[in-house]
Design a protein around this ligand. Sequence first.
Ligand SMILES: [Zn+2]
Length: 390
Amino acid sequence: MEWISILEKIAVPRPNHSDTLNQVAAYLKGLLTSWEIPFTVQAFPLRYHALALLGAAILVLSIFFFIFILKKKPLLALLSVIAIPVLIILEVDMSLHPVSFLLEKPAENIIMHFPSPDAVRELIFCAHYDSKTDFWDHIQRQRILKLFPLFLVLGVTLSIWTFFVKKFNVLQKNLFKTIALVLSASFVIYCGFAFSWLGGYVFLSKDKQSFGAVDNGGSVVTLLALAKDLNEGKIHHEGSDITILLSSGEEVGLQGAYWYVKERFRDKPAEPELPTSLVNLELVGQNGNMLYWEKVGSFMIFHDADVQLAKRLNHVWMEISGKPMDVEKTIGDDTKNFGAAGIPFITVGQSGLPGPGLGGFHSVQDNMARVNPGNLDLMIKTLGKYIESY
Ligand SMILES: [Zn+2]
């Protein structure tokens, strides 16, 4: 099978707010139908501009903060500052959605299931099929994020300062006033950068969009190949039910995986389930060694990848390549929802070396020229052997 020609069809900019996302979903479903692979569709409400709305809310709160400092309202200024991390935790870490619910549309997870009679376990594989473009590259974004605690402290300090300004006349000198206003304005400017990070993509033209070839088209193609092999009986999976999840909404807050885990595991905690584990795929099909990430998390909450899964995959990869997997520290991806539900998980991908490594994603640099077809085949083979290793 010529997997590259299928990847070329998927590797078009397909951000969550675009119609292209639906077209790619339709293409994937059409492929599965033509291969006679049974699948189900899980519809869910996609908050397609979740991060842009979060960024806009942060910016608005910072403007309120500035006005309250200007009007010498310390308590209201303090509340505006504190509301920012609270909002982030509610949106990003707790999957409540105080602002992102404003823009919703229907979206789909595509799910395949290959049962085994006498199954004693279930192996889930997941890859997201949406793509994303960011306004800043990942190094610039890191710089913005690193300053976040500093600016929070600045906001709180300015609020407390304003409280004392009201009490002591000596603090009402013009010099102090100017410094406080300049610092408050810098807080607003920082939040403006945060908005451009989270929502700046809305200002980018069509020719600046990421093709999502490696993030995460290569992973999707790998799972399509795995599904085809399973359907044709080329992989022995006696004792293991296999589920393949192609998730949507990953790039705007891991939403597809959230709904999968919620409806399958969270809403029916009493239902007996087979021991279940997840192998998630990210950045598959670029150059380099196979790798896995030790932790998943985003802002406050982190989960550890499963050590046994890492050992088993490492063993399989050693047999195929003669070398161990590389290890990376932290990723923010769909496994977070599985980790939160207590399901053992791991995310694997390829290192991108030689080349831009784990950089250059969410930009036009993530295009077909970056794809290494041999590495796609290696990952397909590795996952097949992994299933057979049970
Ligand atoms: Zn991704």
